[in-house]
Design a protein around this ligand. Sequence first.
Ligand code: DC
Length: 239
Amino acid sequence: MKNKSFVIAIDGPAGAGKSTIARLLAGKLGYVYIDSGAMYRSITWAAMRAGFSLQDDKKLVALAKKTKLCFKKHQRQVKLFMNGKAVTKAIRTPEVTANICYIADNPRIRQIMVKLQQRIGQHGGIVMEGRDIGTKVFPAAEFKFYLDASAQERARRRFLEFKDRGVKASLSDILKDIKIRDHKDKTRAVSPLKKARGSIVIDSSKMTPEQVVGKILEKIKAVDSSRQRRAGIERCAGS
Ligand code: DC
């Protein structure tokens, strides 16, 4: 696996643990972890900073077209650079999250982002996570996973994460927010969140991140060796 350059797509709802899993998996395989949501976030952040109306199609498209987005390993972590500036932290504010739907729902911006994502992953060796990676960005990816968890469990995890970071929020407000985001993601007119054809569904509600990664690696190994057998490129003997 390590010296092969597969595309591994991971989709799923907010809070299902996609980024943790994708990061761990990429580390184990020596692949690059790509957070596609960060790309939508960075356009939202830049448009808000520039004071654009988030419904001004012309300005948003011009902004997206002149933006260079790079994922680079920096001190053992993959960071996103927007036109050379590190934005990983700035794009994770509640204000950006609250306004991202204008960007994620915009078909012209999606088209630009999908092209950038395809270019980023063209040589493989990536684990890319998001909402439409297996359905739209890389429908022919060698491995597609749909990571799910109950809304209650996702809210509980987010609550603990906030508590750890000293952010005050009630569990019921977080759950409400998760349900709103699910609805937005699943009913979006362009590229809504759904299970990609041929994707392997994993419900992580009762699993640790390590268990999920273990299961994904198991599935990858099983699928890879059965493909090799079918392709007639594997010869085995003995017990
Ligand atoms: O994964 P995240 O929560 O950082 O994603 C931020 C937003 O971007 C989320 O509301 C859905 C949207 N998104 C998308 O529409 N398509 C993707 N491939 C990734 C994220």
